[in-house]
Write a protein that binds this ligand. Structure first.
Ligand code: MBD
Ligand code: FE
Length: 314
């Protein structure tokens, strides 16, 4: 081979090194998994190529190994995957695959992120999500789940989670009550869901954590705009993982996790109308956020389920 890369990477091209990479990946062992072997082999080759190309010192190498220990020890690997854009990449790739079979229809998907907790309390039509201890602005969040013909979907489960006014999520923030700001709503025949909650603030990565440490070296911030996460599912329809972002946030189009998308932005509305306040059983002025979902029909039962990934509470 005489391309630029192979000329530059002359050390790892030596037969002795190539043989070491094959041995390391178990290519000569009869047992094991072929796919894992192939992937690990290429991974080893890529790592050794980087070491050669960037002249990575032994000290830098062990520093990197220790960084993985820090990342795992503080359970920030999924946070870093979001911050490096890898989780958004998976969305873009899956969307391109899906477009081929479904066309482009329905509410856009966007990343789940690392802060979901399964099995939050389930209510019919309406729930209050906050425990009343965070004196943030009251938020009335509501909308309708529809099919692509615009008809309401009954028995859809709208699983909602969001941060408090400090940008923190219950469970991960032990100062909050269990399942605070986490609820599941089942829609009735009208396809509607509504919740009373508090307006969330944007999230910021733990400033002393390993994710922020790397982001600093990249010259990047670790902030997200104010957002609300959703899983929306219903029998016969495609599972949707998405989020809405609140317009007006300074990070709306500068999300460190790249989750903001056209079609996923909601405009918070100030409600002062007395009769509307009373109809909602609220005490006074509040912020209304309306967001409707459109779910395409599922082509298989698999598509009705969220992807499997390790989650708290499952
Ligand atoms: C969040 O709240 C979030 O949604 C993501 C993707 C990453 C970090 C914090
Ligand atoms: Fe979030």
């Amino acid at each position: 081979m005489s391309n630029v890369v192979s000329q530059k990477l002359s050390f790892i091209r030596q037969p002795e090194i190539q043989s070491l990479l094959r041995e390391g990946a178990g290519l000569n062992a009869p047992a094991g998994d072929e796919r894992v072997k192939a992937i690990v082999h290429q991974l080893l080759e890529n790592i050794c190529g980087l070491i050669e190309e960037y002249n990575i010192s032994e000290e830098e190498f062990w520093h990197g190994v220790n960084y993985l220990h820090e990342l795992g020890g503080q359970k920030e690997a999924a946070l870093l995957a979001a911050g490096l854009g890898l989780e958004h990449f998976l969305d873009l790739r899956q969307e391109a695959i899906d477009a081929a079979s479904h066309g482009v229809e329905g509410t856009p998907r966007t990343i789940e992120g690392p802060l979901y907790v399964a099995n939050s309390p389930l209510s019919e039509g309406f729930a209050r999500m906050d425990d009343g201890r965070d004196r943030g602005e009251v938020m009335w969040l509501h909308g309708q789940v529809n099919n692509t013909q615009g008809e309401p979907i009954a028995n859809a489960i709208v699983d909602i989670w969001h941060a408090n006014t400090l940008g923190n999520y219950s469970f991960f923030d032990k100062s909050q009550s269990e399942y605070n700001l986490r609820r599941r709503i089942r829609t009735g025949a009208d396809g509607r869901y509504s919740v009373r909650s508090i307006v969330p603030s944007g999230y910021g990565c733990p400033p002393e954590g390993p994710t922020q440490k790397l982001l600093n070296l990249l010259g990047r911030h670790g902030n997200r705009p104010a957002h609300i996460h959703f899983f929306v599912s219903a029998p016969g329809y495609r599972h949707l993982t998405s989020q809405i972002n609140l317009s007006g946030d300074k990070y709306l189009w500068d999300d460190f996790a790249f989750a903001t998308r056209e079609g996923l932005i909601a405009d918070p509305l100030k409600v002062t109308d007395r009769s509307l306040i009373e109809a909602r059983g609220l005490e006074g002025e509040h912020t209304e956020v309306r967001f409707d979902f459109t779910l395409p029909a599922a082509l298989s039962v698999d598509e009705e389920q969220r992807i499997n990934r390790p989650r708290v509470g499952e």
